[in-house]
Design a protein around this ligand. Structure first.
Ligand code: GDP
Ligand code: MG
Length: 180
């Protein structure tokens, strides 16, 4: 088969405390460890999809704490990214509003740079149903209106959902490369 390595730069964005690091570590190690600290890092991970090796570079970003910062995404990040995962927590309404802002920001910037990075919107912490404050419908509608993929997952409970997110993003990245 075709064994040459494909590279994909994946940028994780979203508010603080939504599970960006949990999702990243799940994908890298298949484990959930509970506490992740505030580390911003780019990780490399090789995964096999359909017999083909994909080398993922994952940028686990930090949401800016600085009140002076109005732009929550840098141009550098967007230029680097082949695909973006926007994460909110289904039990944190304000984190959903951050994703709404960020998806608009990315679409606006992409038009200026004439690029089209595929985006997947992820509603995390699905295990906390009793604290839910964002309905599945709202998440799905936002994704639909902005032409993004959508998943609700629990990084705490399963590896499977996390894997689906990365595989779907890779499919979208391949599609967007074929169009270029
Ligand atoms: P980040 O700031 O977006 O990187 O968020 P973290 O990955 O550090 O996670 C923030 C907190 O939420 C940590 O205490 C995690 O253990 C917790 N967490 C992450 N994902 C889930 C999840 O799917 N379910 C639950 N119940 N807690 C989660
Ligand atoms: Mg983090």
């Amino acid at each position: 088969g075709n064994q040459h390595k494909v590279d994909a730069n994946v940028l994780l964005l979203g508010a603080e405390n939504v599970g960006k690091s949990a999702l990243t570590v799940r994908f890298l190690t298949r484990r959930f460890i509970g506490e992740y600290g505030d580390i911003e890092s780019i990780y490399s991970h090789i995964d096999k999809i359909d017999g083909r090796e994909i080398s993922f570079n994952i940028w686990d970003s930090l949401y800016p704490q600085d009140c002076e910062t109005t732009e929550t995404i840098s141009e550098k990040q967007l230029q680097w990214a082949d695909g973006v995962i926007l994460v909110y927590s289904i039990c944190d309404r304000s984190s959903f509003e951050v994703v709404r802002q960020q998806v608009h920001l990315i679409r606006h910037a992409s038009r200026k740079m004439s690029a089209t990075a595929p985006i997947i919107i992820v509603g995390n912490k699905r295990d906390l149903q009793h604290q839910r404050s964002v309905s599945s419908e709202e998440g799905r509608l936002l994704a639909l209106s902005e032409d993004c993929g959508f998943f609700e997952i629990s990084a705490a409970e399963t590896y499977h959902g996390v894997l689906l997110v990365f595989h779907e993003l890779m499919d979208l990245i391949k599609e967007s490369r074929a169009l270029r």
